[in-house]
Ligand binder design. Structure first.
Ligand code: GLN
Length: 494
């Protein structure tokens, strides 16, 4: 039998329910992989007992002939942005260090109810702000990938869900949760050769997820392939009265609906994404994707999304504005860190706690956010950005009157070296240039591995779909996956 850690979600689920191995054996194999990979710094804390305990329950249920859940016996990694009862939840920030929630996020609760167990809490960019994992208070994650030229430059796993992407790519877990506000599932998935889907805004409850920009934040699965994402998304999604923006719709059977035959489907290729100076390997990979979708039976047409170039600036107004409001709650009173200098009054304590607790990028976002929301600048920035957001939604609406899905690259380049971009926030923000339009419009979007660039690093292709049409996105993703034949994986050096 292949090593258990080489198996994905579907194979683990089927192997356990078919009696090929036990859930405890699976949990033990992945716990050992996590314990042996501290060099990647993918986990902030490991929770081997959580994984074992839920595995024991699955094995007992199976022995008793009880029905098993969709994720029965599958141990997963949990991005440390999800509140987990009794397990430290930090958002990778010093200000939350030591915070142990009394409650479980809706998404994690649903995953446990589906039979999954938790291997640990995964590292991320602080408060999910970043594209490289370098803003984490707990040190950056290192991608398991290395360039093929033999250099050992440590590479970024992407961000903010960089612990999730690195852990899945390194076979430390078969799947992990991610969250995506402006690309944080798709960009790290693309950088590490894995698959990730951000569903339609509202599909997964935000309750119990540390808030970044509430009108954009969406949870989703990161896994090895499209089927595994479909299975895990079914377990994560669903109406939740505790989240006022939760979609009150039934959860489709996405796994059962998988179908890579795209006959009768139309795929749009947005011309505005073919920017001047587009990386040659990225352009080639996009062309290959177009050919694969044609081969799957789809008709491919050129489309225009005319306001694309305003998406990134609008995102970097809307997201910091919401973040500055959401992060006001970290005041040294209610959660985690409290810095109370001698003789300090309440105001001094707020200031000292926030100065010591937030990292530099988080402070930058709070400053930008409060600035664009301040009297006198509100209309010039925030209102204007909201108008742009509406125009971007209209662009997509017009395009989807004609096409079923849109195909584009996920990122403008493959993974970069750690430290290469930290001193230039604008260059870092450009990583998300292809990801944020779908976020602003609340659309389902996924990244699938498409091939390797000339340095031997993974590239992802992005599929964006109509609201609620995760199935269309997954199916186009499957058509690409079947043709890309992406089997590359990082050699083990950790
Ligand atoms: N990298 C983007 C940012 O820094 C997106 C982050 C995210 O989606 N959480 O805001």
């Amino acid at each position: 039998m292949t090593e258990i850690t080489n198996l994905g979600v579907a194979a683990l689920r089927d192997g356990i329910s078919g009696g090929d191995f036990t859930a405890v054996e699976a949990a033990e194999a992945f716990n050992a992989a996590v314990a042996g990979a501290s060099a990647l710094n993918a986990f902030i804390v490991a929770t081997p007992d959580h994984a074992l305990e839920s595995a024991r329950k699955v094995d007992a249920d199976r022995a008793a002939g009880k029905a098993l859940g969709k994720m029965a016996g599958v141990p997963i990694g949990m991005k440390d942005l999800f509140a987990t009862k009794g397990v430290q939840t930090t958002a990778a920030s010093h200000i939350l260090e030591g915070f142990t929630p009394e409650y479980e996020s809706t998404v994690s609760q649903k995953l446990w109810e589906a039979g999954a167990g938790m291997l640990g809490k995964l590292n991320l960019d602080q408060f999910a702000m970043g594209s490289s994992n370098e803003t984490s208070y707990f040190g950056n994650v290192i991608s398991p990938w290395r360039r093929s030229d033999g250099g050992n430059t440590p590479l970024a796993p992407g961000g903010s869900s960089g612990g999730s992407s690195a852990a899945v790519a390194a076979r430390l877990c078969p799947a992990a949760t991610g969250t995506d506000t402006g690309g944080s599932i798709r960009q790290p998935a693309a950088f590490t050769g894995i698959t990730g889907i951000k569903p339609t805004y509202g599909r997964c409850s935000r309750w119990g997820i540390v808030a970044f920009a509430s009108s954009l934040d969406q949870a989703g699965p990161m896994a090895r392939d499209v089927r595994d994402c479909a299975i895990m998304l079914e377990a994560m999604a669903g109406f939740d009265p505790k989240d006022s923006t939760s979609l009150d719709l039934p959860v489709p059977e996405w796994e059962a609906g998988l179908n890579a035959d795209l006959k009768g489907k139309k795929v749009g290729i947005p011309r505005e994404y073919r920017v001047d100076g587009l990386d040659a390997d990225v352009a080639r990979s996009w062309d290959e994707g177009i050919a694969w979708l044609k081969d799957a039976g789809a008709e491919v047409v050129d489309i225009s999304l005319p306001h694309t170039k305003y998406a990134l600036p609008a995102y970097y107004i809307v997201a910091p504005a919401e973040a500055s409001s959401n992060l006001a709650r970290y005041d040294g009173v209610r959660y985690g860190l409290r810095d109370l200098p001698d003789g300090a009054n309440l105001q001094d304590m707020y200031a000292a706690t926030r100065a010591a607790g937030f990292g530099a990028e988080v402070k930058r976002r709070i400053l930008i956010g409060t600035y664009v929301l301040s009297a006198g600048f509100y209309d010039a920035y925030y209102t204007q950005a909201q108008k742009v957001r509406t125009l971007i939604s209209h662009d997509f609406k017009n395009a989807f009157a004609d096409v079923d899905v849109i195909l584009a690259p996920t990122t403008p380049t493959a993974a970069f070296g750690l430290g290469e971009m930290v001193s230039d926030p604008l260059a870092m923000y450009l990583n998300d240039v292809f990801a944020v339009p779908a976020s602003l419009a609340g659309l389902p979007a996924m990244s699938v591995p498409a091939g390797l660039n000339r340095e031997g690093l993974p590239l992802g292709l992005q599929i964006v779909g109509r609201p609620f049409d995760e199935q269309g996105v997954l199916n186009a993703g499957l058509a690409i996956e079947q043709r890309a034949g992406f089997t590359a994986r990082p050699g083990k050096w950790w």
